[in-house]
Design a protein around this ligand. Sequence first.
Ligand SMILES: [Zn+2]
Length: 683
Amino acid sequence: MRRILVTSALPYANGPIHIGHLVEYIQTDIWVRFQKLLGNRCLYFCADDTHGTAIMMSARQAGVSEEAFIAETQAAHERDFADFGIDFDNYGSTHSAENRVLCAEFWKLIRKAGLVKSKDVEQLYDPEAKTFLADRFVRGTCPKCKSPDQPGDNCSKCGHHYSPIELIEPRSTLSGAKPEIRTEPHLFIELEQLHGFLAEWVESGDHLQNEITNYLKGHFLGEPLRDWDISRPAPYFGFEIPDSPGDYWYVWFDAPIGYMASTRQWCDRTGEKFDDWWRAPECEIHHFIGKDITYFHTLFWPGMLKTAGYTLPTKVRIHGFLTVDGEKMSKSKGTFVAARTYLDHLDPSYLRYFYASKLSSRVEDLDLAVDEFVAKVNTDLVNKVVNLASRTAKFVETIGLSKKYPDDGGLFAAAAAAGDEIRDAYEACDYSRAMRLILALADRANPFVEEHKPWELRKDPARQGDLQDVCTVALNLFRQLVIYLAPVLPKLAEQTGELLNKPIERWDESKTPMVGTQVAKFQHMLQRVEEKDVHAMIEASKDSQSAPGELASASGDTTQWSDDGAALAAEPLAPECTIDDFTKVDLRVARVIAAEDVAEARKLLKLTLSLGGDNTRTVFAGIKEAYQPQDLVGRLVICVANLAPRQMKFGLSEGMVTACGPGGKEVFLLSSDSGVVPGQRVH
Ligand SMILES: [Zn+2]
């Protein structure tokens, strides 16, 4: 029996859980349930990540204390997780007494090892929001590859890790202000002292996926490791550093220690020994994380654990991001779906199964295509798995299963033998392979039922024995599939236990058929997913994002709103004008009634606009790279209707259509909410 401690990354206490987060929690929960089903001693710990400037700003905005703010978020997180069947052994908070004690212990040992030094730091300060700016509140141009609009810590284009002060043209995402540079002493951990150890750890054993090992060697370990800035001056919501009053540990110092604090809470509750889990070489430690936090979990964290004398991670299991229909999740498209919104419309089993069917052991993004989601749930789960029970259970409701397992042509034995391969796929986190193997078994079980037609046997009183045998086979094959699916679909496993009067408790139960037991009245197990419910969920996600309350509460969360000051900075505001100046410009709603390419011009389309009645005009618009002429005909635009006509090379332009964007393909025509008619003026 293995002893295994498992964690998922701590969700930040600044916003709701969404379906992107759930990729990781569902992936981890499946692995933990699988280990428990095998009979291993496996524990799953997590906590809310509660510190940092973002929490401070959000609490300020909501007009409550930070403690009240994080308590409310945590309660919502825990409800969402529970309703998705994610079963933690303990769910804590980084703002806990246990975490404070552990942080102090780590700090003492890191100091003692001579890894801490003080250096003056130029930090960005937002003069409007009156706070130092955490990395996530600064965006600007990458100093290495010059990609614009990059986050404050590392570049999403080239992966370069930098200090926000190095960004070209930085902007505060809190206020849009240009930050000031202020100098303060900060405390640093000299990670370079651990370089040899980390290089060896990254390459030894199989702690990391190959692509991650190569990434770390190529990007970080090939040069001296940077000192890690570990303190933040007040104001900051976090733990004050005991031997450095007025300074707080940076959120990334105390967050991973939160895994241990959550373990500590569990130990205190159960009387278990903490060191049996964090200082015992035979105990495995597995961290599940997203690829965006690789650096922290594969360099800083092992360095901290090593220095403090704790067990190093057995494996850091890294996954990619969720896309929906091939695109980044988007609030305007309604694909940024909160966990709660999903639960209001759909069964959590669907998402658990769908993610399982897509997840591999590689660091790949995972796409949720709506069509595929509907088809997979209905074809795989309802038609192939649940149907085995729904078509047979009712015929043996009164007589139960046969006393002796009938001849099934070797189906049960073959599926039992496939168990080891399925187990290995789960172990490797290659769930998509596990699901394929399981569904292949379902594809062999279903023809058995179709051939033996229990619905016809039941009509012949002389063949009741055969009927019982056929149903005994079908229900055993069904139960075998459900045992294999139990880590993914705990609710279906529970329902199956009730149906056959024996709970599913061990993986090995897949090797022995059940005989002679009673069969309960069949209850509906899983509804087909209706496409209209998926669309209703997407619609509801569109609605909630435009509610003014949520706008305010989400404004500090740069993972959802990453509007920065770049566009404004690229084109500064024009000098002030009066209302009279403004009313000189007559903006009108117009309908595009014809649109054609101007072949000789690189950028121009020729548009015929109607202001209603027979009032039409011709306008040349520089939108050719962004729009196809046929897509414009019929749509409403906003035009400058009283602009003096201008003679162009290709004809007379009698106005202008309004649009935004830097140009080229990035041109976006203005339009109004629905209800307007051509000729109406913009006021
Ligand atoms: Zn870059």
